[in-house]
Write a protein that binds this ligand. Structure first.
Ligand SMILES: N[C@@H](CCC(=O)N[C@@H](CS)C(=O)NCC(=O)O)C(=O)O
Length: 206
């Protein structure tokens, strides 16, 4: 397997953090997003929408989508389990991961359509503040849902890290670092979780 990735891209970080937590080494090919390598004819053959990450499988086919890549690697290497050990643990890990994925998609749009740094850093991006306003409430609700679910657990879905932590941390890390975003004070458990997770070796890799 070979992973086409970009060090700072949140979807690619989701996979990188997962692989580090799992203790798996996969050959990595860094794609220079600033130089638009992801839009080159050669890369578009791997992923026609021109985005990272993409996993090249041993049969020579290319798998896009960070969530699918994580689940594929998990099936190839089931140990140590990162989607829970029992049926119930797996169900809860998947539930938290889905909520984290929903937050990922919506918060990215809220930040892109509202943050003042975006017009400077991405002059080709047109901001529609109404999109941010329209999505903010559901982001707040989903964060609250995750805050309730984590309860007094160390990780989002229990006593061990799962794919849910990898997904949510990759988003939060970008939100904190690129947009000075902070989890709201109404989510003290998630704020504490972020503080804990960012000291893990998997979060420190670049
Ligand atoms: N849903 C996709 C999203 C992939 C995605 O948006 N990748 C971004 C980096 S996080 C990218 O490649 N952006 C470059 C571009 O759009 O040109 C996934 O989870 O893999």
């Amino acid at each position: 397997m070979k992973l086409f990735t970009a060090k700072t891209a949140p979807s690619a970080r989701r996979v990188a953090i997962y692989l580090a937590e799992k203790g798996i080494e996969i050959e990595r090919i860094e794609v220079n997003l600033l130089a638009k390598e992801q839009k080159s004819a050669d890369f578009l053959k791997k992923n026609p929408i021109g985005k990272v990450p993409v996993l090249e499988l041993d049969d020579g086919t290319f798998l896009p989508e960070s969530a699918a890549i994580v689940e594929y690697v998990e099936e190839v290497h089931p140990n140590p389990p990162m989607i829970g050990k029992t049926l119930e643990e797996r169900a809860h890990a998947r539930a938290s991961e889905r909520i984290a994925s929903d937050i990922f998609a919506r918060m990215a749009l809220v930040l892109l359509h509202s943050h003042p740094s975006v017009p400077k850093n991405r002059p080709d991006f047109i901001q529609f503040p109404q999109i941010a306003q329209g999505l903010q409430q559901s982001v707040t609700q989903l964060l609250q849902q995750l805050e309730t679910r984590i309860a007094d657990r160390l990780f989002l879905a229990g006593r061990h890290p799962t794919i849910a932590d990898c997904t949510f941390f990759a988003l939060m890390e970008t939100a904190y670092m690129s947009f000075d975003y902070e989890l709201p004070e109404s989510c003290p458990r998630l704020r504490a979780w972020y503080g804990r997770f960012k000291t893990r070796p998997s979060a420190l890799i670049v």
